[in-house]
Design a protein around this ligand. Structure first.
Ligand code: FES
Length: 571
């Protein structure tokens, strides 16, 4: 027997309130609209989030499928933080987008939701929201853009901005040429085409079981994206009938599969903080150590920028995610179920690698043990992470003297000063960039190297920060240092010249100063001042309530789930 629709709580009955709810929604809909599944299309399309601007077209395809299956599709525009535009950093707005979406899903007569995201923070925010409301939900990732070319060479969106700008700073690229590359960087609709955060989170959504299997990674201009969107429209109506909700899908088993996937594809470090936040909404016990433990034995199979060579449309033509997962099927948890009701592992047998230069077979991986490493020690008692696949092998064990920057502005002000006391053995430290300190934990951990070292051919150094790193960036970067400096972490006590020892093999990051000496030091006042920052609005709320990176940087009062019940009527 079909379960009673949630929307019946608004529409059923002969009283005044049900009349109001129905009358205002009719607007040409058929008489029986109120008895059908009401499907929200949570759409992050926005001209100010260019990576998602095409999602309105995707929404139309979803709507066609919803109507076809007997549902009523309903546009639900939601907060859309565009990675390249919003200040001070899109991460500050992830939790706002998640909270606003959650509340609108709960407040409205909605039985199920299709989540349309793409640009970095949008899929995590939508999944956090759906998890906390726990109504049937399916993700349609908007897909990566096609590869642009400049002077005959492919451009990796994001990654090549960092690379070319460093070439300009090193004096090897004419600034005018750099400017000319701008028009070739974004070739088509869609999100960044490297294995950055957007691509990674789309793949995470599929690995978690929250998309149609085989959909994530479909390029935005590819007609198959619209076909899958149409099918997703049909599927969500079925999910409502079955009452298949996120809490039944997003289990420890599905997070296990997401972590295996993250390592195998060489995904963005940002996935760590996003997966922890999503798990926190569900009460799934996921820890930093799970990423290290589960990911440690997983081989790197995907040769994509920023760590490798190719781009997302190459990944898709080479077989896509299912081809990767077939290679590591034995490492996946067979109990994890997808939105279709079937386990993820059941979709792998027909998958095939069509280009082994893009997706390497298990017998010839690009790298063994590709997972994210979790470091602890006197500099990061709550943990820090590093992506060894994006680091320089010779720096994975390194001891050097600290060169400290108190803020990103301090770094920009002094990094190219000829008198800066720094060489390639130094350890660059940037603080004041954690969730509270910035606020919002920006992607600045991959600090630019000093111009004078770039000119000498130095291309990587050990860098340590309490902020995040763009998924499109690379280097020997220790990030998400917890506790952050603005929350009293030892990072605030580091001084120029202190010895710091990094040893990724033993998972340690140590500040070589005695506790007596550190106890006598005062925390950097610059970060303390930043912490006191805004006196009102979202930033104030965020600073007062944001948790540290090791648990996902959610707000303390948003962790967990409220469910979909709303006890009171509106009139
Ligand atoms: Fe939107 Fe990269 S800026 S995905």
């Amino acid at each position: 027997m079909t379960a009673r629709l949630r929307s019946s709580g608004w529409y059923d009955g002969r009283g005044r309130n049900a009349y109001i709810h129905r009358a205002w929604m009719r607007r040409g809909l058929p008489d029986d609209f109120a008895g059908r599944p009401q499907i929200a299309i949570a759409n992050t399309a926005s001209d100010l989030t260019p990576c998602n601007a095409h999602l309105t077209e995707v929404a139309q395809a979803v709507k066609n499928g919803v109507y076809e299956a007997g549902g009523i599709p309903l546009d639900l525009p939601v907060v859309s933080p565009g990675e390249t535009q919003v200040r001070p950093t899109a991460m500050l707005w992830r939790n706002l987008a998640a909270m606003a979406t959650e509340e609108m899903l709960r407040a409205n007569p909605i039985d199920g939701v299709v989540l349309l995201g793409g640009c970095d923070k949008t899929i995590p925010a939508l999944l956090m929201a759906a998890a906390s409301v726990d109504i049937p939900a399916v993700v349609v990732p908007g897909g990566p853009m096609l590869t642009g070319h400049f002077q005959g060479e492919p451009l990796g969106c994001g990654t090549d901005v960092w690379r070319l700008s460093e070439e300009v700073r090193a004096g090897r690229l004419d600034p005018e040429e750099f400017r000319r590359s701008e028009s070739a960087m974004i070739r088509s609709k869609g999100h960044c085409n490297t294995m950055g955060t957007a691509s990674t989170m789309a793949l995470m959504a599929e690995a978690l079981g929250m998309t149609l299997p085989g959909l994530a990674g479909t390029p935005a201009p590819d007609a198959r994206l619209l076909q899958a969107s149409h099918e997703t429209g049909r599927l969500i109506v079925d999910l409502v009938t079955q009452q298949r909700c996120p809490t039944g899908l997003l289990t420890k088993a599905s997070f296990h599969n997401a972590i295996v996937t993250l390592a195998a594809v060489g995904g963005s470090t940002n996935a760590v903080v996003h997966l922890l936040a999503i798990a926190g909404r569900l009460g799934v016990e996921l820890t930093l150590e799970d990423f290290d433990r589960i990911g440690a034995a997983v081989p790197l199979l995907v040769n994509l920028l920023p760590a490798g060579k190719f781009l997302m449309d190459d990944f898709y033509r080479a077989g896509g995610l299912l081809a990767v997962l077939r290679e590591v099927k034995d490492l996946l948890d067979p109990n994890a179920v997808t939105v279709t009701g079937r386990p993820l592992v059941e979709y792998l047998d027909d998958a095939q690698i069509w280009d082994p230069t893009v997706i390497a077979p298990r017998i010839a991986p690009l790298q063994n043990n590709a997972g994210i490493a979790v470091l602890r020690g006197s500099l990061a008692p709550g943990g820090a992470i590093i992506k060894p696949a994006a680091a320089s092998p010779h720096l994975l064990r390194h001891r050097g003297r600290a060169v400290v920057f108190s803020s990103i502005e301090d770094l920009h002000h002094r990094i190219d000063h000829p008198d800066l006391d720094i060489d390639e053995s130094s350890v660059m430290v940037l603080r004041g960039c954690g969730p509270k300190g910035y606020p919002g934990m920006p992607e600045v951990a991959n600090m630019p190297l000093p111009r004078k070292l770039l000119a000498r051919g130095v291309r990587d150094m050990v860098r340590i920060c309490d902020g995040r790193m763009s998924g499109t960036a690379y280097g020997t970067v220790v990030l998400h240092v917890t506790p952050e400096s603005a929350a009293g972490g030892p990072l605030a006590l580091v001084r120029d010249g202190d010895w710091i020892a990094l040893d990724v093999a033993s998972r340690t990051i140590e500040l070589e100063a005695s506790s007596v000496e550190l106890g006598a030091r005062e925390a950097d006042v610059t970060t303390a001042a930043a912490y006191a920052g805004p006196h009102r609005g979202w930033e104030r709320l965020y600073i007062d309530h944001v948790l540290q990176a090791d648990t996902g940087a959610d707000l303390d009062f948003l962790v967990g789930s409220t469910g979909s019940e709303v006890a009171r009527e509106s009139h």
